[in-house]
Ligand binder design. Sequence first.
Ligand code: FES
Length: 240
Amino acid sequence: MAPYIFKILRFNPKADPMPYFQEYNVELEPSDSVLEGILKIQDEIDPSLAFRYSCRGAVCGSCAVVINGKFNLACRSLVKNVKTEEIVLEPLPNLEIVKDLIVDLQPFWKAYEKIRPYLIPKVIPEKENLVSPKEERAIDNFINCILCACCYGSCPVVTRDEKYLGPAALAKLFRFAGDIRDKGHTDVLDEIDIESGTWGCDTVFKCVDACPKKVRPTDGIEALRRKTVLRKSKRLIGVK
Ligand code: FES
């Protein structure tokens, strides 16, 4: 066991006038995760601390926070790997704080709903619709997204334009629109062919740096742009 200092941003909009940092001293094994530290603080020191988690295995995305200025999942960040004296935890930016480390994800989910995040085949195939390894590779990276919203929190376009769909929704759209089995996302591509959709990204790769699963949303957005330009060009010359 070794001593660790956690400095956690506390804020209850219904009770506190301003957010503030609260310090906790906690004994942990170096191989413990930041989430285990938060759970220990809640169990043994301060039951009023609010945070979100579920799977503890880097799958559900619900424990995403900012750890010493970097976006990450609390359950997959080991305390021994945080190379500073204090472990500073803050909620994801660009989203309203509900309490402490919990943010309101409604805008993130609304954007996700808008892109219709499921395969839409033209007809249900009678036999297995095979996808070649090459076709799968084109969308593979975006399948790995666990919707933790780290990219949404890091995006400077979301900060200045609340209508912008954000990196996760747009990259997921390419995951489906770029799937050779999908025939139904053409309407969505047309709907989001606007500044707050396909064309909003500043291409500064903040989302790529923020993603704890090594997804590259900017690449997905670029692919969407190429797809949109190609569709429009074909329409212009009358090719289906
Ligand atoms: S608790 Fe599910 S990703 Fe961390």
